[in-house]
Design a protein around this ligand. Structure first.
Ligand code: ATP
Length: 248
């Protein structure tokens, strides 16, 4: 669904994404983790062909409409400028499909509203919602696009715990239905619990790529995140708790 080959993004002379080679296949929910400034956003924007890059991304070569049909992009910035109703805003996710304001488009919007628990918000003015509510609306807009791949930049930041878990479950369901999701996030507990695979970025490089229990080693947590943490596989799944910083 996505193939990156030696992808780099330069800012001036400095590579902020440095030679990333990776693939995403159906069924995967990939957590893109790493410290602030590691290059997570830049990697996703380069992969989508939204910024100049070197190397190759299977998505970036396509025209914008073809790209949008293959991949939904949920940026970190969440500004909603227009006073549209929630349903109208979510329906904007259908734009890559052209004039499909028919039963297929309407059903996709309804399904996206339902998945994000927004049915009762349908007629509310989107700009009048709280920050977390607006974030859920924008996730619903990405879901309504019905693209097999979703790239999401910190989509659960600022959501309450129930909404965070529910969103990760929505992404997991999207993957289990044959799609794939790459989502950046800073909550390593949710990443460990819900993601099938983690990509760890550090100073522009992809330094680890594997299952959470393979990746979140004591050594990696110390070297990349500068933390000590408790990580255990329990009958209820992986439980990860950061304990202390080793200094910034
Ligand atoms: N337009 C730009 N011009 C110059 N440098 C940039 C630009 N955009 C990003 N950078 C730099 O590139 C590096 C990677 O930024 P990026 O936003 O990809 O990090 P991130 O891993 O997503 O961080 P965070 O977790 O804080 O969101 C940072 O050092 C940042 O300062």
């Amino acid at each position: 669904m996505l193939e990156l080959q030696d992808l780099s993004v330069l800012r001036g002379e400095c590579p902020v994404v440095d030679g990333v080679t990776a693939q995403v296949g159906p069924g995967e929910l990939i957590g893109l983790i790493g410290p602030n400034g590691a290059g997570k956003t830049t990697l996703m924007r380069g992969a989508l062909g939204l910024i100049a890059h070197r190397g190759a991304s299977s998505l970036a070569a396509r025209d914008p409409v073809a790209r949008a049909k293959l991949a939904a992009w949920l940026p970190q910035a969440r500004e909603i400028a227009w006073g549209l109703s929630v349903a109208e805003l979510v329906a904007l996710g259908r734009l890559p499909h052209g004039r499909d304001q028919n039963t297929v488009g309407a059903a996709a919007v309804e399904e996206a509203l339902r998945r994000m628990g927004l049915e009762s918000y349908r007629e509310r003015t989107a700009t009048h919602l709280s920050g977390g509510e607006q974030a859920r609306v924008l996730i619903a807009r990405a879901l309504a696009q019905q693209s097999p791949l979703i790239l999401a930049d910190e989509p659960i930041a600022g959501l309450d715990p129930a909404a965070q878990i529910a969103t990760m479950e929505v992404f997991a369901a999207h993957a289990q239905a044959g799609g794939a999701v790459v989502t950046s996030l800073h909550d390593l507990g949710l990443a460990a619990r819900h993601c099938t695979r983690l990509w760890v970025m550090d100073r522009g490089r992809l330094v680890a790529d594997g299952k959470p229990e393979e990746v979140l080693t004591e050594q990696l947590l110390a070297e990349v995140f500068h933390i000590r943490a408790h990580f255990k596989i329990t009958p209820e799944g992986p439980v990860f708790q950061p304990l202390s910083t080793l200094g910034l």
